[in-house]
Ligand binder design. Sequence first.
Ligand code: SF4
Length: 336
Amino acid sequence: MDSLYGMAPAELAGALSLFPAYRARQVYRWLARGAASFDQMSDLPASERGRLSALYPSIPSSAPGAELADEDGSLKLQIRLADGAAVECVLLEDLEGRKTACLSCQVGCPMGCAFCKTGSLGYLRDLSAGEIMEQFHFLSLRRGPISNVVFMGMGEPMANLGAVRKAISVLSDGVGMSLRKITISTSGLVPGILELAQAGPAVRLAVSLTAADEELRSSLMPVNKTYGLGSLKAALASYQAATGERITLECAIMGGVNASAMSARSLLDWIGSLKVQVNVIPWNKVPGLPFSEPSRQELESFMSVLEAAGVVASRRMRRGRGVMGACGQLGDTLKY
Ligand code: SF4
């Protein structure tokens, strides 16, 4: 059975034998606020609190492990799951104090992107919606209210879309977070993008593009061998038509690999009429992976090609870097 934090009111009613019907909604609201025990649920009758506490002395199915705080304010948290597996999640705080939870959706990742620590670990299993929500609550317990969520931690959200959708439903309906504050980041699994375009929820979409050259992208991201740049662009156009939203293209830039002005120009050609924002992310060093960080000059010339063409582009700050909690670095404390 899933952790209670991922359940809709109707599921809670069934799983906990809650009656009358409004009781499930009461429990749902407490869980969405991160309540860790039924004793906290002060609007339930005492007898009901006692019955439920006996069933669940502690509600979370997972437990927080090692915590690493970076001097830039980021916090990386290891989570030990009920079956002994582990994932990591990160709380990032920007200069305005906005807090973003970067959540994992799988133990490891099956996508095997060459530049990513998580990809190098392999894949063990999917997380349930409740296990995803528990990361959110553990982070919020430590750092206070969270304004944004990005599914950009360990795993490919489109490969576990059912659980990710359920977690989004709790974030939106239970926690009260606007869908515009929630981002799914994918490596480019086209069927998931199309499904989301058709059936929602209309969250923000980010794609780890990395390179707009077919051969180079296939060598860095195996997903491109199945869903090449043409089908990816068509799927993004469908998503844009369905939501009207700008799509974020993430480009992790590695020195001497995809950092040239020519790479930037092929990116421009590929973007064409798509409405995008490009996040240029200087690749974060991962011990054992055969890439290097880009030079300042490489980054500047890459950015200047995009800017000269009027593309909305930003250079993402390397938050969380000091604790290996930055993009592509998650998983260094784990072994499968
Ligand atoms: S970049 Fe994302 S999709 Fe690719 S291996 Fe890493 S976690 Fe998986």
